[in-house]
Ligand binder design. Structure first.
Ligand code: FEO
Length: 132
């Protein structure tokens, strides 16, 4: 069963590019979670982890460009949130590839929990600004 499923009601931002990127991000997270909890080869888990983190970084950069282009007042607080998750991801990625950490159910729950609060609290509020 998928760790996280995109629905308009729970995750819709009313911003087209963001919704599409969130759906892709969810797909990459689900793939990683399935590999990590299904006993896949460590190399395959590592590739999925790298792909997810690279996508997250690109998605955040895209949102940040759009917010800055519109002079969005919530940009600074939003970027702090993004930078915090990128820091957590970079640390996990480094430790995973050094053999010092694994991707676990808890890792999936952590990222899902972050998305569950970040999208409603930070992404949804930028809709009017980004659609203006
Ligand atoms: Fe869609 Fe601010 O992350």
């Amino acid at each position: 069963m998928a760790l996280i499923t995109w629905t308009e009601e729970q995750y819709g931002t009313k911003v087209g590019f963001a919704d599409e990127e969130h759906k892709t991000l969810f797909d990459l997270l689900n793939k990683l979670y399935d590999l990590a909890t299904g006993g896949a080869d460590r190399a395959d888990i590592g590739n999925a982890l790298d792909a997810l983190i690279a996508y997250v970084v690109d998605h955040f950069a895209h949102e940040e460009r759009e917010m800055q282009a519109k002079g969005y007042a919530g940009y600074d607080a939003h970027k702090v949130e993004h930078d915090a998750l990128v820091g957590i991801c970079a640390d996990l990625q480094k430790k995973f590839h050094a053999g010092e950490a694994d991707v676990t159910e808890d890792t999936g729950a952590l990222v899902k929990g972050w998305l569950d609060s970040h999208i409603p609290e930070f992404d949804m509020p930028y809709a009017d600004a980004l659609n203006s």
